[in-house]
Design a protein around this ligand. Structure first.
Ligand code: APR
Length: 229
């Protein structure tokens, strides 16, 4: 199998989706065992559901937080964390890259470990097993600071991500089905910008034509690709 020497590249971007965390035990969204097969997002993951029943939506996210806390980063996360100058652009909200030690992490879809108040704009880190409080000091319900169905992404975050991708010379897409936009367009942006583009995914995704496709799981492919085994 082809191996990559990271020192040959100036700007490395790892672009990750739910498949990156699958071997840690965090369920993906689509496919077998996927969250959206078990839960109706219209009941749990959109603004109107939150407005109808904030407690139900917060309980669902609390459940997810507890499940994630019982999971741990795997060898693939560690391989990425051993490249401190690389950037991780992730669709994941689980914080697993940071737990592995990655510091340059851009979270496109927010974080399970943060709440916000859309009334007064307060943001609150909350990293415990259970939410410390469900209400803002202004009295309103706090909501998970994540991107739900129908939400816009934070423009400053997407602009930063796109600039980094456009200037990357090595782009590795891992474990994303490539169905949710704008992130689904990022592999094509990297390839069109001249980066060497790699996909790691046991299944074909809907994404662009990569220079190298590795049909294997993240925890196996990453140590092999970067010869860290
Ligand atoms: N290693 C690598 N890839 C894997 C692994 C693994 N061990 N296991 C599964 N995969 C791949 C699957 O083949 C699939 O292509 O991970 C992908 C997971 O796809 P999705 O569940 O659609 O996850 P993702 O692409 O991250 O979803 C994007 O959708 O609902 C929203 O906001 C949510 O961020 C999420 C977004």
């Amino acid at each position: 199998m082809k191996t990559i020497d990271p020192s040959s590249y100036q700007n490395i971007v790892f672009f990750t989706g739910a498949g990156m965390s699958a071997e840690s035990g965090v369920p993906t969204y689509r496919g077998k065992g996927g969250i959206w097969r078990q839960y109706d997002y219209e009941e749990y993951a959109c603004q109107s559901a939150f407005e109808r029943n904030p407690e139900k939506v917060l309980n669902f996210h609390d459940l997810r937080r507890r499940a994630v806390l019982d999971c741990h980063p795997h060898e693939g996360h560690q391989v990425i964390a051993r490249m401190p100058s690389a950037t991780v652009i992730t669709q994941n909200i689980d914080g697993m890259h940071q737990r592995a030690g990655s510091r340059n992490v851009i979270e496109l879809h927010g974080s399970l470990w943060r709440l916000r108040c859309d009334h007064c704009g307060t943001r609150k880190e909350d990293i415990g097993r259970e939410y410390e409080t469900l209400h803002c000091s202004c009295g309103r319900w706090l909501r998970p600071d994540i991107t739900w169905f129908g939400d816009m992404l934070d423009e400053s975050v997407t602009i930063r991500a796109m600039k980094l991708i456009a200037s990357s010379d090595l782009f590795i897409s891992i474990g994303t089905s490539g169905t949710v936009w704008p992130a689904a367009g990022y592999p094509a942006l990297a390839c069109d910008s001249g980066a060497f583009c790699i996909e790691i995914n046991p299944e074909p995704s809907g994404a662009t034509s990569f220079d190298l496709v590795i049909r294997n799981s993240a925890s196996v492919a990453l140590p092999e690709l970067f010869r860290m085994k």
